[in-house]
Design a binder for this molecule. Structure first.
Ligand code: ATP
Ligand code: MG
Length: 267
């Protein structure tokens, strides 16, 4: 009996040791599996993020190319045709003798000249080369001047802090986002005043605000509309801000105007 006790103790010890080793091994396997699972999930998220970014990037490139084409066509075709109209009107002015008719021809010519100037400005603001060559602030100023001229609407541009340049891609995206917000204000808001604020004051964030004093809207309702009824503008604003590593906030209420705020990192 006394001989058997150490054996039993030995067997129990070895058994416990084996059990502990097995438990340790299983725990290690579980930890490894969890780590791999996490790494795999992380990889999936990264792939999805890269895919989304590339998708937006290519959408942006297609949009830029299309707008560039429209800008070129406006400048080359419509601009030149309107110049021909001016030349015809010049010839007509020499032909007509009655002062009343002459005056009508002159008025028509003035009108066509205004259209030529507007087409030129529009073609510049659509052309993404303008942002590349002249920068964001002059492009935004040009856009507001154009709207002020054609839209019977008051516009104001405010710069806060010391302006600096952002990357070319960022400035192009910010211009397109501003154009969408201004377009919305013109299309939906019935606003009397439009105001853009470019705020360079914060150390690491650039902030752009597009404000109208129009009729406002329910943002949540507008962003949760069904496919048929929803527009692409607002969702594009959110996605593009995200693509730039920033955030877009739309503040609006019925009868209280709209404020679109875009914040992007400075670097
Ligand atoms: N500044 C604004 N003032 C008043 N309502 C607005 C304003 N901006 C947007 N909205 C409302 O939000 C809706 C969604 O805007 P969104 O830009 O997504 O679409 P859209 O302008 O109708 O179409 P799209 O931009 O695709 O041409 C608009 O239909 C309008 O009702
Ligand atoms: Mg829109």
């Amino acid at each position: 009996m006394s001989n058997e006790t150490p054996d039993v103790i030995l067997i129990i010890s070895i058994g416990t040791l084996l059990f502990l080793l097995l438990a340790g091994f299983i725990t290690l396997l579980l930890v490894l599996y969890k780590q791999r699972y996490k790494a795999h999930q992380q990889q999936l998220i990264t792939v999805q993020e890269v895919y989304q970014r590339e998708l937006l990037q290519s959408q942006l490139e297609i949009q830029n190319q299309t707008l560039q084409q429209v800008a070129n066509d406006l400048h080359d075709n419509i601009g030149q045709l309107l110049t021909v109209v001016i030349m015809r009107l010049n010839a007509l002015e020499d032909e007509v003798v009655e002062p009343d008719h002459q005056q009508s021809v002159q008025q028509t010519r003035d009108l066509v000249r205004t259209i030529i100037a507007d087409v030129r400005t529009l073609s510049k603001t659509l052309d993404h080369d303008t942002v590349r060559r002249f920068g964001l602030i002059p492009s935004l100023t040009l856009e507001l001047e154009r709207i002020q001229r054609i839209g019977h609407i008051n516009t104001q541009f405010t710069t806060l802090g010391e302006p600096y340049s952002l990357s070319e891609q960022m400035e192009t995206v910010l211009l397109r986002m501003t154009q969408e917000s201004l377009n919305n204000a013109l299309k939906h808001a019935k606003a009397k005043n439009l105001h853009i604020i470019a705020n360079f004051k914060a150390e690491d964030t650039f902030m752009l605000a597009i404000i109208d004093d129009g009729r406002g809207f329910n943002v949540q309702e507008a962003t949760s509309r069904s496919l048929n009824e929803s527009g692409a503008g607002l969702s594009n604003l959110y996605r593009r801000a995200e693509m730039l590593g920033g955030i877009c906030t739309i503040l609006s209420q019925p009868d209280a105007g709209t404020r679109v705020e875009i914040r992007v990192p400075r670097s």
